[in-house]
Design a protein. Sequence first.
Lengths: 358, 398
Amino acid sequence: MTTEPTVGLLTVPWRWSRRHLFQSPGSSVLTLLAAWLLWKVLPSAVNWALVKAVWSGDPAACRASGGACWAFVTEKYRLILFGIYPYDEQWRPLTAIVVFVVMMLASAHPSCWRRWLIWMWAGGLVLVGILMWGGVPGLPYVSNDRWGGLPLTLILSATGIVLSFPLALLLALGRRSRLPAVRAASVAYIELWRGVPLVSVLFMASIMFPLFLPEGITVDKLLRAQAGIILFTAAYLAENVRGGLQAIARGQFEAADALGLSYWQKTRLIILPQALRLVIPPLVGQFITTFKDTSLVVIIGLYDLLSSTKMALSDPQWRAFYIEGYVVAALIYTVFTAAMSYYSQYLERRLDRDRRRS
Amino acid sequence: MGAARPSAASGRPAHHWWNDERARGYLYQVLLLLLVVAVGWFLVGNTLTNLNSRHIATGFGFLDREASFGISEHVIDYAPTDSYSRALLVGLLNTLEVSVVGIILSTLLGIVTGIARLSANWIVARVAAVYVEIVRDVPLLLQLFFWYQLITESLPVPRQAINVLDLVFVSNRGLKIPSPVWDGHWFVVTGAFLLAAAVSVALGRWAARRQERTGRYFPVLRVSLAMLCGLPLLAFLAGGGSLAFDVPVLAGFNFRGGYTLTPEFAALLVGLVFYTGGFIGEIVRSGILAVPHGQTEAARSLGLSRAMTLRLVVLPQSLRVVIPPLTSQYLNLTKNSTLAVAIGFPDLVSVANTAINQTGQAVEGVVIIMAIYLVISLALSLFMNWYNQRVALKGGAP
């Protein structure tokens, strides 16, 4: 008969902490240090953010309490979310946000990776355009220099990604082409755009594009910035796609050739479906980067989410509450980026599983 | 598929040249070249017409003209009466300064973060994971705005500056630290340090060769460290044990003397380091995970010490995984330093932008920016590729 070790109430946490917190003297010191830091920081942070926080009221009430001034957000959330879009028409950008979120969710599940996705995005972008610009019966026209906030961030990043994708495919195929001129042109394009910072691309879009166009034709700032983002993103996406192309076994190319398929048939039916599937996680990573990078349009004076937050903070009454403003903007960004990054991890696990099964 | 054969011999329908893959290849390439040339022609033509109609002279002649704008931070001497080329050089040096310091600090932070993420200590691993998640999810520009505002609004004014031993002062005008006064003693001490560094490198080479030949081991690291600390110390003591410093003192509303780390520079540096450190942490983590634990066990069972296991077995293998993504992070940091323009740090892009606004030489300005960044990117890639080849598998590579 063996004697069972007695299992007390504290045995499990005790063993767990011996294994995970105090396994060596060095580790114990680190644990105590971290615990002390958290003890110092967490209570006062919670106190600031929740306990002493002011949820509505004026700046004076905020200053009196000493806690977080969420009243700033309740006061200014329309400005932060929609920028200077006409106040009474703000249901339109709100609908545009919903359209984007629905399209992103629909694109997320592998069972929806069909041809109709392309048409959905094309239709969705047109719908967003109609909603935002208006000019049709029932929707008064709103010039795009009044667009702002979250819808602008979503438009710039989603349109940037969707429209840069075909260009990226061509560039990636071009870089792997057997024709030297095609290869050279693709390499030059990709390396040139990847070598320069996005800020300078946006500067170029804002001050040089007007010079490139024939006299009399003007394109407004938003479209120029959008064009810059598309051309820039295409170079990075192309490198991701190339990674997928390189991972396709030679036998696949040879088998397609043996079937007598032409280059484009081979690429469309055999190579790309496999290559793109392989690079979905890095593509999602690139989408996240593009989404965050659209915040740089602040520099050329467009009012995306970050700049509308700054605009809300420029009100002298509320200036002191910049931490609250930035925290809220950061949370909105995080909702999108964290969703995309968890999605990419899920996909990676799924792809891994598929590969192991085969 | 092959080349088209003459069809005269058989009764098959004639082969047209467009059925020949190679001929089609030439055709596509010629068409592509024509397209590129046509687009280039169109853009250049339009640009020249537009510049003409706006009476803007093309060319880089403006670089010699007087810049007549001030730059708040300069590594080399600069005054508004200097030329535009000098102003751009000042901007470039600022960019390089923040990039080099940023790369060093973010690498250190990244290594610590990567190791902490894998720590067996639960709380340390959690803290590191939360840090990585936050900096990677929030746009860098937002982080920069946050740091900049935090520094300028929550730090005290110079009169109430946080005072560390009357030597270092932290205020909303930046960080003030004593700066060395370059006299003879300083040169001797610096010379001693450089000498120690040179001797260390030579010693390392010699020790490696000797070990290869005879198998005898020489503790290079410890001796080098002793020399690097000892020689300057000896020089310092020999010089009478005194070095001249310019200590910042409060004069009126601001400090005078000493070296200044401005709020703009500090915000940019802190933002870049925290942001890039998170990414490098993940790279380091994957590099460590890439070396199977069996390698460590094997090295230990051969009798190598822990330090030697790390240096001779684990590090060389994980560096191979780490270097390529690390290169692109370094490039990203350098390119991200252009966000300086948003918080008013005079980096290259910011100075060039001012120059463009004053002169209207948009094309030249953007060309200069792009050319310089291309050169920096290429130089950094070449260096990292060279380093990558040094650590790559030698012989028998797949």
